[in-house]
Design a protein. Structure first.
Length: 207
């Protein structure tokens, strides 16, 4: 589970407290509740997701399950233009005020993607994916050679981190990522026909 010093510098330099709606529960680096049954991932999980994406400057990344905007901000500080989709309206609104200016926050069913912003260089999913069929609407929104990083459910909310890459023939090459098992919140609203809508507009002025 290799994580570069660049990723670690960004993760360690980001104030996790700024993404929480209330007091810290235990160790700040551990998962933190943000309401509505959702959590902000542990620091090491976010660092691992970022490392697996292997972001290049200027890449366009879609995050599904944006939550409080923590991972999206990490990815933005690594040089990506990030589109973070959160299905819970209150959390999407809160994330809008917490993320860096380079992050676009959307509210809706992220598994439908954002066709008008495609193609994406990478997609990261921050909720447990029950089966690869959930990715079908996302595949046409990827560039050839791009990747999807996601946790695949094995039982309940526990699973393995997976990496899927889009081949030139349009098929996905899927493999488990070597590393520890992971726990994520379950997917929500998978069958909801709610295409993501942009939350507000953010200016870099005063930020």
């Amino acid at each position: 589970m290799g994580v570069s010093s660049q990723v670690m510098d960004v993760v360690e330099g980001l104030d996790r407290m700024g993404f929480l709606p209330g007091p810290v529960q235990g160790d700040l680096d551990n998962p933190q509740h943000i309401g509505f049954g959702q959590t902000m991932s542990a620091s090491w999980i976010a660092a691992w997701q970022a490392a697996l994406l292997d972001i290049k400057q200027g890449e366009k990344i879609l995050e599904i399950g944006g939550g409080c905007g923590y991972l999206a901000t990490i990815l933005s500080r690594l040089g990506a233009t990030v589109h973070a989709v959160e299905i819970i309206p209150f959390l999407a609104q809160q994330a809008f005020f917490k993320v860096d200016p380079g992050v676009r926050v959307w509210q809706g069913n992220g598994f439908l993607g954002i066709p008008q912003e495609a193609p994406f260089d990478g997609i990261v999913i921050s909720c447990m994916v029950p089966h690869e069929g959930c990715l079908m609407a996302l595949i046409p929104q990827l560039k050839t050679g791009s990747r999807i990083i996601y946790p695949r459910s094995l039982y309940e909310n526990n699973g393995l981190m997976m990496k899927a890459s889009l081949r030139p023939d349009g098929e996905m090459a899927v493999r488990p990522v070597r590393g520890p098992g992971v726990a994520f919140v379950p997917v929500m609203g998978l069958l909801t026909a709610l295409f993501p809508q942009r939350v507000g507009e953010k200016s870099s002025a005063g930020r």
